[in-house]
Design a protein. Structure first.
Length: 284
């Protein structure tokens, strides 16, 4: 999601006091948010941030995820944990809170914290989409790295990094030092999941894969075949854990569903993918 300053001639926003989603543009702390009705679904809304598609929400069904990469992430999560688990999750990058809404619905006993840098956007989203309240879903306004580094050791089972400034994740959220901070807050069998946006060259994904592989005993990658073959730009999901990931055939089968079937790369293939890439560090 974008984080650019708004243009001087930004369009006037609709009445922000109105509860529930209303199509239009809204000024936020970091730019302009736009709500667009889903023409194929009367309950669906697309959230644009500074002109970039960020999130989709179905007001009637929190278990519906229109963005493929979000479905891939949730497939891995549900492959690891059953619905009765008391998951403790941290979502870095809030936007419309599509995945946290899903986690609340799929894991009724879970406790979910969302970190969103834009406080005004966080307030809008709560009003627009009637998000579950704390302790089921808490939005914490702040910078993702600062918040992560402030959390207690082993206080989360799942950390999801889905933070973008335009088409790229801010560099401080990609480094080995940040990855170590994310790992520190995870339980022994916890999972770190990140959404990596990349071009066909896959240079960023290789470095992110190398960085995660250096921190965790087990890794995995999920993406569609054209992306993995370097034929287009898009999303690659990279996972790290000190417990095995995607054991058995359930996850690969689940990833074959949907409009964009995806592949699962195991630890050996991920390490081979990133073996020639330099690990990302704060030194740059």
């Amino acid at each position: 999601m974008g984080r650019q300053r708004p243009p001087k001639n930004a369009a006037p926003e609709p009445d922000a006091a109105v509860k529930g989603p209303v199509a239009g543009k809204y000024q936020t702390d970091t730019g302009v948010a736009e709500l667009v009705p889903d023409g194929d679904n009367p309950n669906g809304w697309l959230l644009m941030l500074n002109g970039v598609q960020s999130s989709h929400v179905d007001l009637a069904d929190p278990l519906r995820l229109d963005f493929e990469y979000m479905r891939w992430i949730m497939a891995l999560v549900q492959d690891r944990w059953g619905a009765a688990e008391k998951l403790r999750t941290l979502s870095l990058g809030g936007a419309a809170c599509s995945m946290p809404r899903y986690l609340v619905a799929a894991y009724p006993n879970s406790r979910n914290v969302v970190v969103e840098i834009d406080g005004k956007l966080a307030n809008y989203v709560r009003d627009w989409f009637e998000l579950p309240r704390a302790p089921l879903l808490k939005i914490r306004v702040g910078e993702a790295r600062e918040v992560t580094e402030s959390l207690s050791e082993a206080s989360r089972d799942l950390v999801i990094r889905d933070v973008f400034a335009g088409s790229k994740t801010p560099y401080p959220l990609t480094t080995a030092e940040f990855t170590a901070a994310a790992k520190k807050v995870l339980a022994a069998d916890g999972v770190y999941l990140l959404n990596c946006g990349d071009s066909p060259a896959l240079a960023v994904a290789r470095r992110e894969a190398a960085t995660v592989a250096a921190a965790f005993e087990y890794t995995a990658i999920i993406a569609d075949p054209p992306m993995l073959k370097g034929r287009r730009s898009g999303n690659i999901i990279i996972a790290g854990s000190d417990a095995p990931l995607g054991v058995g055939g359930g996850l690969p089968r689940a990833l074959l569903g949907g409009a964009m079937p995806a592949q699962l790369w195991d630890d050996a293939k991920v390490r081979q993918f990133g073996q020639s890439a330099l690990i990302l560090t704060d030194a740059g």
